[in-house]
Design a protein around this ligand. Structure first.
Ligand SMILES: NC(=O)c1ccc[n+]([C@@H]2O[C@H](COP(=O)([O-])OP(=O)(O)OC[C@H]3O[C@@H](n4cnc5c(N)ncnc54)[C@H](O)[C@@H]3O)[C@@H](O)[C@H]2O)c1
Ligand SMILES: [Zn+2]
Length: 381
């Protein structure tokens, strides 16, 4: 058995862990700090709470509060200019995956020449970056743990990823209190993204025993707690478990990568601005039906992990998990592609673009055709 597994992080987890922000800033040697978030996190009162804590560290603070969902290249470059002007040498990102990814991308440009798009792919960042403390407010993308940034390239109209161990956050404050204000629809969408990470990393052709262990454990946690967190946003036990699952699965997909569900979701977000989690959730059951041909035993293991009753017939059992994902999605309000504003005449163009997604290389079923993607998109329509 051979595998590589990278991990690198200083994590403070649990209710009240935000009290550790000043200590972590000092420990990581930051002096001129850029605090990055978006307007939703500001409106929820979280940004102000974090800023109060950052101030206790006695550092110079520059705020960048204009992050948009599905962040794009041009905005990253604009923020990097501001950061360079302010001689920033450390970042605090508070928010969902958009704000954390945004901060990671700006950080790359502090010590590496632009434009940011040149770092797309795996291992292309040349120089080390500054310390970054990630404070997630969704559960979620696991961006606080991963070596990944996902950005929109407005010119090429695609979402591409930068994957590099150098860009991983150096510190994480995972305080479930910060996820309490997520509306039910955001809880559902981001939670289904987390489930998709568990599933796609588990069946990925890069999976190793260590990533598989994390993927299955995280899946069990998400499956048990996501419906509770959607139903009652103040259920702090469920919120805490969701946040824990995101850390567990972040280690898995940083090392095992993802697959076709993410390839489709990236294309949908790039063309139509669909929320990442909702886009994943919409196509997840149909991609799993499709993948079941190539990894039937693993599909049964996923069903077993969440204790679905098996028939003992592999040909039937390999579809149980996909069917259950459909039921769960309906229960928590996941929308179809048409309900998210996609037009049926766009499916052809979308399928064409999905084929260009590098993440397809890690999907268990290979040699995917445009017709097969069209079929998945029609089912999700
Ligand atoms: N780096 C990675 O490993 C990785 C993995 C998966 C996804 N992503 C990327 O992350 C982005 C999506 O991130 P996301 O799903 O966390 O959503 P997000 O960061 O875009 O946030 C979604 C919305 O929810 C609001 N919000 C967030 N937390 C809130 C809270 N606690 N209370 C109230 N409102 C809150 C935000 O203001 C925003 O309006 C996408 O760009 C996706 O591609 C990155
Ligand atoms: Zn995702």
């Amino acid at each position: 058995m051979n595998f590589n597994f990278y991990t690198h992080c200083d994590i403070a987890f649990g209710k009240g862990s935000s009290a550790e922000i000043p200590g972590m800033i000092e420990r990581h040697g930051m002096k001129n700090v850029m605090v990055i978030y978006d307007q939703g996190v500001k409106a929820a009162g979280i940004a102000d709470k974090v800023l109060e804590k950052v101030k206790e560290a006695n550092v110079n603070i520059t705020v960048y509060d204009k992050v948009l969902p599905n962040p794009a290249n041009d905005q990253v470059e604009e923020a990097a200019l501001i950061a360079k002007e302010a001689k920033i040498n450390g970042f605090v990102a508070v928010g969902g995956g958009s704000s954390i990814d945004f901060a990671k991308a700006v950080n790359i440009l502090m010590t590496n020449p632009g434009p940011i798009g040149r770092y797309g792919g795996i291992g292309n960042v040349v120089n080390d970056v500054y310390p970054l403390i990630a404070i997630p407010t969704t559960a979620g993308t696991s961006s606080e743990i991963t070596n990944v940034v996902a950005l929109i390239d407005n010119q090429a109209v695609c979402k591409y990823v930068i994957i590099d161990n150098k860009i991983t956050a150096t510190g994480v404050i995972a305080d479930p209190e910060f996820t309490k204000t997520m509306p039910a629809s955001v809880t559902a969408a981001t939670g289904m993204d987390a489930i998709t990470h568990a599933v796609e990393s588990y069946i990925s052709n890069m999976a190793s025993p260590l990533t598989e262990y994390n993927s299955l454990k995280a899946l069990q946690i998400f499956y048990r707690n996501l419906p509770k967190a959607v139903e009652d946003g103040s259920d702090m036990e469920a919120r805490e478990q969701m946040m824990l699952g995101c850390i567990i699965v972040g280690f898995a997909f940083s090392n095992a990568n993802l697959g076709l569900v993410h390839g489709i979701a990236h294309t949908l977000s790039a063309h139509f601005g669909l929320s990442h989690g909702m886009a994943n959730a919409t196509v997840l059951p149909y991609v799993m039906e499709f993948n079941a041909e190539s990894c039937p035993e693993k599909m049964v293991e996923l069903a077993k992990a969440i204790k679905l009753p098996l028939t003992g017939d592999l040909n039937k059992d390999k579809y149980l998990f996909a069917k259950e994902m459909k039921r769960l999605s309906n229960k928590i309000g996941i929308r179809t592609l048409s309900e998210q504003g996609v037009d049926i005449k766009d499916l052809d163009m979308l399928a064409e673009d999905v084929l260009k997604e590098p993440v397809l290389n890690f999907n268990p079923r290979q040699n995917i055709t445009k017709e097969q993607i069209m079929e998945i998109l029609h089912k999700a329509f």
